[in-house]
Ligand binder design. Structure first.
Ligand code: PLP
Length: 384
């Protein structure tokens, strides 16, 4: 049998080891060293962000957002149920309650038309998630937030280097959260960043990230000693990790272009199946620029998806489903979630499957994957 096609393989840009060695040799291995500064400067310049702060993960960045939004017991935060647990955990950790709203059938993003009816006097913020690196309808969401004086946080874990109407994801709301986990486009194994877009949060973000101290100001010589000034935790990653990340960030265009190629091959090869209505391929609105984080498709129903994933597995190909909707999970139900209340989320999450997508996935691999899918449906894929 041919070799197994994995679901994900981290990209190696090439300079990772050299930069890591420099970081180790320099003796500055704790956080906010030269490589961290270069990564932060890169993100700030490239995306025009007011401030980028590296964090140990996107989960950490989301937890910082929960603290910065001042969430307290009884507060409510509107978010999709179709997301990773970290989006909701960051809110629950503050004693606040996630209020799950259904998603749009086309992009699988928070449905902005359903937000206003979910707002109550306890609503503090809207937390958006840009699924698969395709933007939420941010203009509408920002307008709703302004009308009701709510904060907007973007979980842009999957949205690094993707844009909405010319604005980079993560820089549109008050705060943005990036992930540099192994499974994301640009990676340091584990890692993330908090993007601070509103002046209001700038000073406090730095303090919360440094265990609740004003150490950052001290290191800049702005105060003569540092001390405990607020709550906080340890959200600063080692400079060794930042060194590896810098090598990846420097390859941002190259990685994105290559992923775009791969995504294009899938779209062309699977088009005959989509044309016959057997599969639904991803929708990217004209005003959104994709970073090709993921290639997913929708099967007819849960039984068909299960059989297809099994068929691909037998053919040596790893495909996966994605989120179990949070409102139907054990914790979600303990927070008041009930199956049957978010029909689009529930139906589409049962139909969705993700195909292998990584930097060195070859055209031949994509043809083999498309061929197996074609065999399952009895339709020849196209050659690109
Ligand atoms: C990957 C991901 C996260 C978590 O990122 P980590 O860096 O692993 O903490 C959060 N939200 C979404 C939408 C994600 O895809």
């Amino acid at each position: 049998m041919e070799k197994r096609i994995q679901f994900n393989r981290p990209c190696i840009a090439g300079n990772e080891l050299e930069y890591v060695m420099q970081a180790v040799r320099s003796g500055h291995t704790c956080g906010d060293g030269p490589f961290s500064k270069r990564c932060q400067a890169f993100l700030e310049e490239r995306f025009g962000a007011r401030k980028a702060l590296l964090t140990t993960s996107c989960t950490s960045a989301l937890e910082m957002a929960g603290l910065l939004c001042g969430l307290e017991a009884g507060d409510e935060v509107i978010m999709p149920s179709f997301t990773f647990v970290s989006t909701a955990n960051a809110v629950v950790l503050r004693g606040a309650r996630p209020v799950f709203v259904d998603i749009r059938p086309d992009t699988l993003n928070l449905d902005e038309r359903l937000i206003e009816q979910a707002i109550t006097p306890r609503t503090k913020a809207i937390w958006t998630v840009h699924y698969a690196g395709v933007a939420c309808e941010m203009d509408e969401i920002l307008a709703i937030a302004r009308r009701h004086s709510l904060q907007v946080v973007e979980d842009a874990a999957q949205g690094v280097n993707a844009s909405y109407k010319g604005r980079w994801l993560g820089t549109i709301g008050d705060l943005g959260c990036y992930s540099f986990h192994e499974t994301k486009n640009f990676s340091s194994g584990e890692g993330g960043a908090l993007i601070v877009n509103s002046a209001e949060f700038e000073k406090r973000a730095e303090i919360i990230r440094e265990k609740g101290t004003n150490r950052s100001q001290f290191l800049r010589g702005q105060v003569d000693k540092y001390s405990w000034v607020d709550v906080g935790s340890s959200y600063v990653p080692s400079d060794v990790l930042a060194a590896g990340l810098l090598a990846q960030l420097e390859w941002m265009d190259r990685i994105t272009t290559q992923r775009g190629e791969i995504s294009g091959w899938y779209s062309i090869m699977l088009a005959p199946l989509a044309d016959r209505g057997l599969l639904r391929l991803p929708t990217v609105p004209d005003h959104c620029v994709n970073n090709f984080h993921m290639f997913y498709a929708l099967a007819a129903d849960l039984a068909e998806r299960t059989a297809l994933i099994e068929h691909l597995k037998r053919g040596g190909i790893t495909a996966t489903f994605h989120y179990v909707p949070l409102h139907t999970s054990a914790v979600g139900q303990s927070l008041g979630g009930r199956p049957g209340t978010l029909p689009v989320t529930e139906q589409l999450s049962e139909r969705l499957f993700r195909l292998p997508m990584y930097f060195d996935l070859s055209q031949r691999d994509v043809f083999r994957i498309s061929g197996e899918i074609g065999r399952f449906y009895g339709v020849q894929p196209a050659r690109s």
